[in-house]
Design a protein around this ligand. Structure first.
Ligand code: GTP
Ligand code: ZN
Length: 349
């Protein structure tokens, strides 16, 4: 039995809220008047989606409150076209007790501050939302074993800049090799770097970056991401068992993301075990230029359709660099920007 009157779809302002409207940020629903006919759901509680698995969403309700609990939910009919992802804030109604066998319903997805997105591959312009409301992308890369690949890190950086979230590079296995030469690739970017070795993981230094934030961790297989997450979140293995509570299936499903709370409720790490790389087909190069504030202002005076690459005619950025007008770090920053823009035109690794 539906909880909505059968003819309610036309009145529901969220009925047409699908991923295509998400793409046109800022979210167009933000300014829409509330329909009087729409059920108000005054009894709705707010939840944080901590994991998603095939149509079931685990929502943390009353976060850090006395009645904090995990509630298994499904989405209401009018949200059937809406992507709901880990990190989303949602309004939940129905049986929100969190007791065994209880199933509640998501009736609203709150506006998102950020969206980390990817496409299946670089030729695919259809985007998929990976995580909502993250503040930071922790890019985990090993100094050796496996060899670090600057181009893969570039791809992660592009995804972070596109999402409007701050990148953080963590180099693991520094006991095996000096990451200095590798890190020179990123010297022109204003990106924080933390060096880590499992013998002596820099937990305090990392927590300083993670505290009070929601951080998504990404990295190629074998770089030591799990080792790092376990050092940061003691008992993380147990906590990731949450997905089992949702569906009874194993937690290493191909696309599952898992939210882990830092000790003392000081922030969240979202692990993305199924996501090794980001297709960048959906990304507009302008969003990368925008991330380079000062350079973006100059780029806005470029000829229409300017690629800002070294061979592009009359590019204001290239010319300003040649005239020495970009400051001491300018040419290096422009190089970095050009490399990331080139990343968008390369095929996927
Ligand atoms: N020498 C050295 N080995 C490390 C370090 N960190 C992790 N390792 C080892 O590297 C291997 C991979 O570590 P994991 O933490 O499983 O790597 P992962 O990135 O989670 O890999 P997946 O499980 O494939 O996603 C393990 O054998 C670890 O013991 C480090 O700082 N130094
Ligand atoms: Zn230009």
């Amino acid at each position: 039995m539906s909880w909505l009157p059968p003819d309610d779809d036309d009145l529901d302002p969220y009925g047409e809220y699908d991923e295509s409207s998400v793409r046109a940020r800022p979210n167009p629903k933000a300014n829409r008047p509330r329909s009087k006919q729409r059920p108000a759901h005054v009894d709705a509680v707010v939840g944080r989606i901590v994991t998603v698995d095939r149509g079931r969403y685990l929502a943390l309700v009353d976060e850090n409150g006395e009645e904090e609990r995990e509630v298994i939910t499904t989405r209401a009919r009018e949200l059937r076209k809406t992507a709901i992802v880990t990190g989303d804030r949602v309004d939940v109604v129905g049986d929100v007790s969190g007791e065994e066998g209880a199933l509640a319903r998501i009736v609203r997805v709150h506006d998102r501050r950020t969206l980390l997105r990817r496409s299946a591959d670089d030729t695919d312009v259809v985007e998929r939302i990976v995580v909502a409301n993250a503040d930071q992308l922790m890019i985990v890369v090993a100094a050796a074993d496996p060899e670090p690949r600057p181009r893969l890190v570039d791809r992660y950086l592009v995804a972070a800049f596109d999402a409007g979230i701050a990148p953080l590079i963590v180099v693991t296995k520094t006991d095996l090799a000096d990451p200095g030469p590798f890190l020179e690739h990123f010297a022109g970017l204003d990106v924080a770097v933390v060096r880590s070795s499992s013998e002596d993981p820099p937990v305090d230094e990392l927590l300083a970056h993670l505290r009070g934030r929601t951080t998504v961790a990404v990295g190629h297989s074998g770089v030591g991401k799990s080792t790092l997450v376990n050092a940061l979140v003691p008992g993380a293995g147990r906590a990731t068992g949450h997905v089992n509570a949702v569906t009874g299936r194993g937690r290493h499903t191909s696309s599952s993301t898992v939210s882990l709370r830092l000790p003392g409720s000081e922030g969240w790490i979202i692990d993305t075990p199924g996501i090794r790389s980001f297709g960048l087909g959906h990304i507009n190069p302008d969003s990368i230029v925008t991330a380079f504030g000062d350079l973006a202002a100059i780029a806005s005076t470029c000829p229409r359709g300017c690629t800002h690459l070294p061979d592009s005619p009359d590019c204001e950025l290239v010319e300003a660099a040649e005239r020495g007008e970009l400051g001491p770090l300018g040419p290096q920053r422009l190089d970095s920007l050009q490399r990331l823009l080139t990343t968008l035109t390369r095929s996927a690794y």
